[in-house]
Ligand binder design. Structure first.
Ligand SMILES: [Zn+2]
Length: 144
């Protein structure tokens, strides 16, 4: 790993820590040349996952998009970005072995499964945003 300060290639790992319930590793590194210290972050990659939307359209899985939806669901006060990252990493890890394509509905259901134990308000908000209820009737039925 190249040193961000001096571009020297000889850097050593001085500390490794498992984060996000074992789904990521954070490494503290030190440059052997200039002693600059920096952090790298390693996690399971699911960048090539294809999401199939309800209308059949396909698009690349977008972690940031899912993250934004969760931030909205948790509202302004009641969340930590670390917790949201943890939730998403768990979901990615669960699905990364299940093939190259996934329905957006499945992702939504995964998130709802996790939010159910986490936060009632976020659960309902996420349901209304992500599941794209077409009529108020759907939503009322869901709430029941
Ligand atoms: Zn350096």
């Amino acid at each position: 790993m190249k040193c961000p300060a001096c571009a020297n290639m000889d850097t050593k790992v001085i500390d490794s820590r498992v984060v996000e319930d074992g789904l990521g590793i954070r490494r503290r590194r030190s440059c052997e040349y200039c002693q600059q210290r920096f952090t790298t972050y390693e996690k399971v990659a699911v960048t090539d996952l294809i999401v199939i939307k309800r209308d059949g359209a396909k698009q690349m899985y977008d972690r940031d998009k899912l993250k934004r939806a969760l931030v909205v669901a948790f509202g302004k006060n009641n969340f930590s970005l670390e917790r949201i990252d943890e939730i998403i990493s768990k979901l990615e890890n669960k699905r990364s072995g299940s093939g190259k394509q996934i329905e957006s509905k499945t992702i939504g259901e995964d998130v709802l499964d996790m939010l159910r134990d986490e936060d009632d308000i976020a659960y309902v908000r996420f349901a209304s945003v992500f599941m794209e209820f077409e009529t108020k009737k759907d939503f009322k039925e869901f709430l029941r």
